[in-house]
Design a protein around this ligand. Sequence first.
Ligand SMILES: NC(=O)c1ccc[n+]([C@@H]2O[C@H](COP(=O)([O-])OP(=O)(O)OC[C@H]3O[C@@H](n4cnc5c(N)ncnc54)[C@H](OP(=O)(O)O)[C@@H]3O)[C@@H](O)[C@H]2O)c1
Length: 331
Amino acid sequence: MGTRIVVVGAGMVGTEMVEILRKRPRFAIEEITILARTERRMVIDDEIYAVEVARPEGFDGAKFAFFAGTEGEAGASKEFAKEAVRRGCIVIDNGSDFRMDPDVPLIIPEVNPKALKGHCGLIASPNCSTIIMLMALAPLHRINPIAKVYVTTLQAVSGSGTDGIRELEAQQRAILQGSLFEREIYPHPIFGNVIPAIGSFVDNEHSSEELKMLYETQKILGRKIPVYATCVRVPIMNGHSMNIVVEFQNKIHDHIFKKMCDTLVRSPGVIVYDEPDKGLYPLPLLATGKDEVFVGRIRQRDLYTLEMFVSGDNILKGAALNAVQIAELLF
Ligand SMILES: NC(=O)c1ccc[n+]([C@@H]2O[C@H](COP(=O)([O-])OP(=O)(O)OC[C@H]3O[C@@H](n4cnc5c(N)ncnc54)[C@H](OP(=O)(O)O)[C@@H]3O)[C@@H](O)[C@H]2O)c1
């Protein structure tokens, strides 16, 4: 008998999750049930799924419940995650509601798989930008501990879910038709613009997205590393990129630099794509649809500091794939 799986959320991440589960049968699946707010049918890989309204009984008999609903009070995780655990599921949550809970492991399988040990049924997958950044930084941190990080992200509208894609498409259409912009979810037009504000401002200095990158990095790496992040929404459909300046504790002599680069080349889930003179460097379009995170433009800035450019698919490794890999680890 295979495993019964529940996916909560039928948006960008939920749909991708079902596609991945169908493509990567590392464990036999008996049935995938999709729960959301509204009942409907949807077609994924030519198969029709009946999306049911989420309710507690929907979790009975399932081994894994992957949560990809919206965050916060009206979101699915706050409403159903603990109930699903009580009903016997292992919950893997893509949202931020439980990430900083000390009883909830926050996992990137390639980075901190051991933190899964002794979990209490609820496991969190980090923020998309945190995952993409740490896929590049964690292998280096093992060789030369990180002292501090400066990162500027360029985040696609798919990071805001289906509504983000819809808003950029609507604004593109409006420009072509010469009609007025629609604007609902972003505080400024996103078409033809970049917005250095993601999430809400916690104080005058830090957005919630920037603080997620700081605190989640510290929890995953287990050290109080300062992460100075500036998170920017850009008018592209998919794929998050970031420029990272990272200062290490120990000097990066030539042989250490080589060792760090070689380690990145060998790191699972990372592709070093770094021949800028041939036009080969990470791009969001290159990373879209790929499981791996791309790292390039690797440069040494001074004896302690490296700079690099990184792109990854925020829906895949930044969310759905990471969550499925966590379940695979548990098997
Ligand atoms: N997009 C990314 O790059 C990304 C990356 C990392 C993590 N995440 C996280 O993953 C989650 C899903 O993101 P997304 O981009 O897929 O969002 P989305 O496209 O907006 O989809 C959200 C889905 O959640 C469902 N939902 C919302 N509240 C619910 C509730 N109370 N009960 C049941 N279902 C509910 C919605 O149902 P209806 O369809 O019926 O409205 C919708 O299908 C969020 O927590 C997000 O923070 C997203």
